[in-house]
Write a protein that binds this ligand. Structure first.
Ligand SMILES: *Cc1c(COP(=O)(O)O)cnc(C)c1O
Length: 405
C-alpha cells in the first residue's frame, strides 16, 4: 500500500529528539526559542512565536485582537474546520464565502461580505498556494471599510481596519510576490501537525508582520505570557536561583510548544529548502506532466509569476464527474493499493455547520471543487517509481469509472 502522508522520520530527527530528552529541559526552552528565531529569519520577519498547534495560534491571535461576541470573521467555506472553529470559540460568527476554481477564497465575495461588524478575514493558503493578499488588503484598507470599522479596544483602534489573519497551515516555504508566506498577511499561522510539510508531531507558529506602529517585540513578549496561563515568567526563567516569584497578569491560555517538539522542527527547517521542498516540487511536476495532457483531468494551478506553492497538496480534479463518480474513482484507486484523499469536504456539508444554518447551495464553486477533487500523495519518501504507480492507478480507475481517454 502506498500511504497518503507518512512523516519523514530518520536518524537525524531521532538523535535530536533524544538530545532534547537528555538535555534536562523538555518543555519550552532553548530549542523552542532557537526554532522561533530560525523561522523568523527564514520568513524574513522579526518575530515568530511557536505554539502547540495552528488552531491554538489562530485562536490566540483572534483573542489578542479582541474578537468576541457580536463580531464577524470572514472565512472560506472550502477549508478545514479549524479555520472557522476558532472564530466560533471566540463567540464571534464565521461568515463563510465561496471558493474560486483555484480553490482560494473568492475576493469579490469577501468584499460583499464586509460589514461594520467584520473584525478579521482569515484567508487560507490552500494546499500551500497563497491567497491573493494584495487584493485582500485593498479591500480592508478602503476608506469606506475603515470608516465603518468599529474598534473595540486598543489593538483594534490601532489597526483601524479588519485584520488579515492568514491560515498558513499549509504554506511554509511558499512565495507571494517575492515574499515568503509568513511575511505577507498581518499575522500568519503555520501548522506543524504530523501530515504537514514541516512537522513537530503537533505544533504551530505565529508570524508577526503587523504594520507600524505595532511593535513585534512587545507583542511577542505579551504572547509568550498569554500562551502560558498569563504567567509573568516561564518555567525556565523560574529555575534561575532565587527567581521563584511570579505574577499572573490575566487569565491566559496554555498552548506553548515543547523543546522535544522543537527538536524535530529544527532538523526539519534546516533541510527544508535544500531537500524537502525540491522533492515535493519534483513530485508535483511529475503529476502535472502526467495529467495535463489528458482531458479527463484538471491539473491545479500552483505557480505563476506572482506566487509559488509550498507543494503541500496536489489537488487533482476530474474534468467532468459527479460526486458519486469521484467517489467511485477513489474506491478504484484504493483497490490498487494507493491511498488518496479529499481536501476538503466544504464546511457547510458537515453536521456542526449545517446545524448552525450554513447551506451548501450558497457555495456552488466550493461544491464543484470538492465533488471532482482527489488529492494525490506527496511526501519526501515517495519514490519516482511510486509516483508512476499512483499515476497509473488514477488513470486505470478513471478508465473504469469515467471511460477511456
Ligand atoms: C491542519 C490545518 C489546520 C490546523 O492545524 P493544527 O496545527 O492541527 O491545529 C488549520 N487549517 C488548515 C487549512 C489545516 O489544514
Amino acid at each position: 500500500m502506498i500511504p497518503f502522508s507518512p512523516p519523514h522520520i530518520d536518524d537525524k530527527i531521532v538523535e535530536e529528539v533524544v538530545a532534547a530528552l537528555r538535555s534536562g529541559w523538555i518543555t519550552t526552552g532553548p530549542r523552542t526559542k532557537s526554532l522561533e528565531q530560525k523561522l523568523a529569519d527564514y520568513c524574513g520577519i522579526s518575530r515568530v512565536l511557536c505554539v502547540n498547534s495552528a488552531s491554538a495560534g489562530l485562536e490566540l491571535m483572534l483573542r489578542w485582537f479582541g474578537v468576541g461576541e457580536g463580531d464577524e470573521v470572514i472565512v472560506p467555506a472550502y477549508t478545514y474546520t479549524a479555520t472557522a472553529e476558532v472564530v466560533a470559540h471566540c463567540g464571534a460568527t464565521p461568515v463563510m464565502v465561496d471558493a474560486r476554481p483555484d480553490f482560494l477564497i473568492d475576493i469579490e465575495q469577501v468584499q460583499a461580505a464586509i460589514t461594520p461588524r467584520t473584525k478579521a478575514v482569515i484567508p487560507v493558503d490552500l494546499g500551500g498556494y497563497p491567497a491573493d493578499y494584495d487584493e485582500l488588503f485593498a479591500i480592508v484598507e478602503q476608506p469606506s471599510v475603515r470608516a465603518q470599522f468599529r474598534p473595540n479596544g486598543e489593538v483594534q483602534h490601532q489597526l483601524g481596519r479588519p485584520l488579515i489573519l492568514a491560515d498558513a497551515a499549509h504554506s511554509i516555504g511558499a512565495w507571494y510576490k517575492g515574499k515568503r508566506a509568513g511575511a505577507v498577511a498581518d499575522i500568519s499561522v503555520f501548522s506543524f501537525h504530523a501530515v504537514k510539510n514541516l512537522t513537530t508531531a503537533e505544533g504551530g507558529a505565529i508570524c508577526l508582520n503587523l504594520p507600524a506602529p505595532f511593535d513585534a517585540e512587545e507583542i511577542y513578549k505579551l504572547l509568550c505570557t498569554y500562551s502560558l496561563h498569563g504567567q509573568s515568567k516561564d518555567a525556565l526563567a523560574k529555575t534561575q536561583i532565587g527567581n521563584w516569584r511570579y505574577d499572573v497578569i490575566d487569565t491566559g491560555y496554555k498552548c506553548n510548544m515543547t523543546d522535544v517538539a522543537a527538536a524535530m522542527g529544527l532538523v526539519e527547517l534546516e533541510r527544508y529548502d535544500r531537500e524537502i521542498l525540491p522533492r515535493r516540487r519534483a513530485i508535483f511536476e511529475q503529476y502535472a506532466a502526467a495529467f495535463a495532457g489528458d482531458s479527463r483531468f484538471q491539473v491545479p494551478e500552483y505557480a505563476t509569476a506572482d506566487k509559488t506553492t509550498s507543494y503541500h497538496l496536489f489537488l487533482l480534479r476530474l474534468a467532468h464527474a459527479t460526486e458519486a463518480q469521484r467517489d467511485a474513482v477513489m474506491q478504484a484507486i484504493f483497490e490498487q493499493e494507493v491511498a488518496v484523499n479529499v481536501h476538503y469536504i466544504p464546511l457547510p456539508m458537515l453536521t456542526a455547520y449545517k446545524q448552525r444554518g450554513y447551506e451548501m447551495s450558497h457555495y456552488p464553486v466550493a461544491y464543484d471543487n470538492y465533488s471532482r477533487e482527489i488529492t494525490l500523495p506527496v511526501y519526501y519518501d515517495l519514490t519516482d517509481e511510486q509516483v508512476a504507480q499512483v499515476i497509473a492507478a488514477v488513470k486505470k480507475a478513471t478508465d473504469k469509472v469515467v471511460g477511456a481517454k
